[in-house]
Design a protein around this ligand. Structure first.
Ligand SMILES: Nc1ncnc2c1ncn2[C@@H]1O[C@H](COP(=O)(O)OP(=O)(O)OP(=O)(O)O)[C@@H](O)[C@H]1O
Ligand SMILES: [Mg+2]
Length: 509
C-alpha cells in the first residue's frame, strides 16, 4: 500500500509545476516556423520554450525522443544546433483593466504606439472550462442594440452565438454594433452612476484578416468611443499560423480576467474559419496526421475547448460572465461544410446572414426563419418579451403568405392585413450600421408596431416614421423611456403613457 502511495506521489510531483526543473535542449531541425528539439525530457504540452534573444516557442508535439515546437516570434533567426531552454511555465498573456483601449498581438504585446501596458496580472492562454457546479443558467440579456436580434433571437450573458454567412454579408458589422452598444451602456453607467447597468467589456479578436480591415475596425471603435472599453487582439494574415492559432485563446484569457473578477465580458472571434485554416497549416507543418478536408482530427476539440470557456458563473463563484460571438464564413451559403457544422454544433444559437437578403437591402441580412437562440426569451426583459413575443410567429406567417400572394390569387382581408403588417415589421428590422437602439426605444417601436401604429404608413416610409416617432418620444417623454428601462416591464401606467404619446404624435402629423 505504502509503495503505491509513494508511487502516486512521485507521479504527481512530476506534473506539479514547482517540481519542474528547467532543462536545456538542442534544435535538431528548423523550418516553416517549426523546430524539432531534443533533450527536453520533462517538458509539458503548451509550455513556453526560450530560444534566447526574447524569442519564444511553444511545445506542441511531445514525441518519444524529441519535441515539436512552433516558434512564435522571429522564426527565421532560429538556427539548427542552437541551445534552447524550457521555462516550466505555460504560455500566458497579460490581463487586467490596463489592457482596455489597447491593440495587442496574441502574446499581449501592444503595437498601437501607446507605450507599454502597465499590468502585472497574467492568465494562462489555455485553461480548462469551468465545471457544471460553478455555473448557472444564462438569464441576463446582452443587448446588441440591433432590433431584429434583440427581439427575435435574444442573446444572454454567458451564451455562445454564432454569426455565420458568406463573404461580405455584414458579419463583422453585427459584432461591431454589439461592441458599440456595450460601450454606449458602459458610458451611460459611468455618467449616471447607475448600479443597474453592469458594464460589459469587449475583446475583439481578429484572425487572419488583412491589416487594413483591422485598422478600419480599430478606427471605427475609436470614433464611436468604444475602444476604451475594448481590447483588440490581432493576428493578421501576414502573421505566422501559430500566432493566428493562439489569437482566440489569448483573447479568451483576457476576457476570463474580467469574468474571474465578477464582471461581464464579450469576446468576438473574427473569424474561426480562418482560425481553422491556420491550425491546419500549423498541424501539417508539425506533421500531425490529417483527416477530413486535410484538417487535423482534433479540430473539433480545438473549437469546442475554446467555446466551452464562455460561461455564466454562479453567484457563489462571483457571477461573472463571458459571452462569445464566433464568426464563420461560408462558401456559397454552404452551412453543411465541415467547419461550419462543427461550430454550429458547439454554439447555443446561430445568426444566419444571407447574401440575397443583403443585396435586396435587408440589412442586417439576417434570415429570421432559420436563425435561433437556444437561450430564448430567458434573456429578455419582461417588457421586451411582451412586445416581441408574437413577432417571430407573425413574420413566419408573413413569409408563408407572401409566397401565396405572388400567384395573384384573391386574398381575404385578414391575410392582406397580415402581409401588410409583416412588410412593416421587415422594414423596422432594417437598421443602418453602428446605430444601435437603446432597449427602451426597441420596446417603444415594437409596441407601436403591435398596436398597428405603422399600418397606415406607406411601407417605404416606415423607417422614416419610426425615426420621427422616436425623436418625438425622446423630446416629449424622456421620463417614459427612463421608466421603461428601469422598470423592465410594461406596467398599466406605462402602457397608458405610450397610448397617449402615440395619439399625440398622430394628431400632430
Ligand atoms: N446594417 C448595415 N447597413 C448598411 N451597411 C451595412 C450594414 N451591415 C453591413 N454593411 C456594409 O456591408 C459591407 C460588408 O460588411 P462587413 O464587413 O461587416 O461584412 P463581413 O461579412 O464581415 O465581410 P467579410 O467577409 O469581408 O469579413 C460593409 O461595407 C458594411 O459597411
Ligand atoms: Mg468581416
Amino acid at each position: 500500500m505504502q509503495t503505491i502511495v509513494a508511487d502516486i506521489e512521485k507521479t504527481l510531483a512530476q506534473f506539479h509545476p514547482e517540481a519542474h526543473c528547467e532543462e536545456t535542449g538542442k534544435v535538431m531541425e528548423v523550418g516553416d516556423g517549426v523546430a524539432r528539439i531534443e533533450g527536453l525530457r520533462n517538458i509539458r504540452l503548451n509550455e513556453m520554450i526560450d530560444f534566447g534573444n526574447g524569442i519564444t516557442g511553444l511545445a506542441l508535439n511531445l514525441e518519444e525522443t524529441s519535441v515539436g515546437a512552433v516558434v512564435l516570434t522571429e522564426a527565421n533567426t532560429v538556427r539548427e544546433g542552437q541551445t534552447v531552454r524550457s521555462t516550466g511555465r505555460l504560455l500566458e498573456v497579460p490581463c487586467g483593466r490596463a489592457m482596455l483601449g489597447r491593440v495587442v498581438d496574441p502574446l499581449g504585446r501592444p503595437f498601437d504606439g501607446k507605450g507599454p501596458i502597465e499590468t502585472t496580472e497574467v492568465n494562462p492562454v489555455e485553461r480548462p472550462a469551468p465545471g457544471i457546479i460553478g455555473r448557472q443558467s444564462v438569464s441576463a440579456p446582452l443587448q446588441t442594440g440591433i432590433l431584429s436580434i434583440d427581439a427575435v433571437i435574444p442573446i444572454g450573458r454567458g451564451q455562445r452565438e454564432l454569426i455565420i454567412g458568406d463573404r461580405s454579408t455584414g458579419k463583422t458589422t453585427i459584432a461591431m454594433d454589439t461592441i458599440i452598444n456595450q460601450a454606449r451602456l458602459n458610458h451611460e453607467a459611468e455618467l449616471t452612476v447607475d448600479v443597474n447597468i453592469h458594464p460589459v467589456y469587449s475583446i475583439y479578436v481578429a484572425i487572419g484578416q488583412r491589416q487594413s480591415s483591422v485598422a478600419q475596425v480599430v478606427r471605427t471603435l475609436e470614433e464611436r468611443g468604444a475602444l476604451k472599453y475594448t481590447v483588440v487582439v490581432v493576428a493578421t494574415a501576414a502573421d505566422s499560423a501559430a500566432m493566428q492559432y493562439l489569437a482566440p485563446f489569448s483573447g479568451t484569457a483576457i476576457g476570463e480576467w474580467f469574468m474571474d473578477h465578477g464582471m461581464d465580458a464579450l469576446v468576438v472571434y473574427d473569424d474561426l474559419s480562418k482560425h481553422a485554416v491556420a491550425y491546419r497549416q500549423m498541424s501539417l507543418v508539425l506533421r500531425r496526421p490529417s483527416g477530413r478536408e486535410a484538417y487535423p482530427g482534433d479540430i473539433f476539440y480545438l473549437h469546442s475547448r475554446l467555446l466551452e470557456r464562455s460561461v455564466c458563473m454562479s453567484q457563489a463563484c462571483g457571477g461573472g460572465t463571458l459571452t462569445s460571438l464566433p464568426i464563420i464564413e461560408t462558401q456559397n451559403g454552404d452551412v453543411a461544410a465541415y467547419i461550419p457544422t462543427n461550430v454550429i454544433s458547439i454554439t447555443d444559437g446561430q445568426i444566419y446572414l444571407e447574401s440575397d437578403l443583403f443585396h435586396q437591402g435587408i440589412r442586417p441580412a439576417m434570415s429570421i426563419g432559420i436563425s435561433v437562440s437556444r437561450v430564448g426569451s430567458a434573456a429578455q426583459t419582461k417588457a421586451m418579451k411582451e412586445v416581441a413575443g408574437k413577432v417571430k410567429l407573425e413574420l413566419a406567417q408573413y413569409y408563408e403568405m407572401k409566397e401565396f400572394a405572388q400567384f395573384g390569387s384573391d386574398l381575404d382581408a385578414k391575410t392582406v392585413a397580415l402581409i401588410e403588417h409583416g412588410k412593416r415589421i421587415t422594414e423596422l428590422f432594417k437598421q443602418v450600421q453602428y446605430n444601435p437602439f437603446p432597449v427602451e426605444e426597441e420596446v417603444v417601436q415594437l409596441w407601436a408596431a403591435q398596436q398597428g401604429f405603422f399600418d397606415q404608413t406607406p411601407v417605404e416610409k416606415t423607417r422614416e416614421v419610426r425615426e420621427k416617432f422616436l425623436e418625438f418620444v425622446r423630446m416629449r417623454r424622456k421620463e417614459l423611456l427612463q421608466e421603461i428601462r428601469q422598470r423592465k416591464k410594461l406596467t398599466p401606467e406605462i402602457k397608458k403613457s405610450l397610448e397617449e404619446v402615440s395619439a399625440e404624435y398622430q394628431s400632430l402629423s
